[in-house]
Design a binder for this molecule. Sequence first.
Ligand code: B16
Ligand code: MG
Length: 227
Amino acid sequence: MKEIKLFIFDLDGVITSTDRQHFLAWSQLVEKLNLAMNEEINQSLKGISRKESFLKILKYNDKENLYSDEKISELIDLKNIYYKKLIESFDKSNVFPGVVELFEKLKDKGIKIAIASASQNAPRLLERMDLMNYIDYVVNPSEVANGKPHPDIFLRAANELNIKPQDCVGLEDAFAGIEAINSAGMISVGIGNESELPEADYIYNSVEEIDLKDLFNKIKSAFPILL
Ligand code: B16
Ligand code: MG
């Protein structure tokens, strides 16, 4: 029988929004390199790693083979310097409404909380937003072999906390993230539009809309769970 023991949250787009800061940092780099990008390209970078993001930008510019691997590392490090400057101002006010309340309810129920973000900056952001106290484990994305849509990052969180994947709920705003949760054998909760996240088991417009009792009742009617 299923017993929900762990909620695994994506960070960007679920707990906070760093879209704008990523866009500004990429724009700074792209301008320096005389390349182009736009908001649409930025949207397609959601949930994917820094290096993959840069490769996508190069592809958009038809410049896939312009830089060596070494140069690419140097350039994405520079993008991260710009980005870190932009997130220096992050604090509690950047946490989406309803997140702290949900974390508190989960803690009351003895349910653990983990973070599965593609961002190397996740611990820094969580600390700035004063959320570390609630979190049992933050996966280091550089320690997992395959990024989302592969299940590795979600499985790593469950494994580290000794919890079976079927006893986990994963929350994601990106299509690739929902695919990752589903292929990890976990229950997927999409944050956003149903049309963009058709594969999510359950969907809410925002974390604030999640009614834990209602979610558990829905899960209970689909699977035998112990509440
Ligand atoms: P960094 P998530 C992702 O966060 C962002 O959505 C994505 O745009 C970014 O490229 C990626 O993190 C890597 O971030 O450069 O900070 O390592 O949605 O997986 O929480
Ligand atoms: Mg995300």
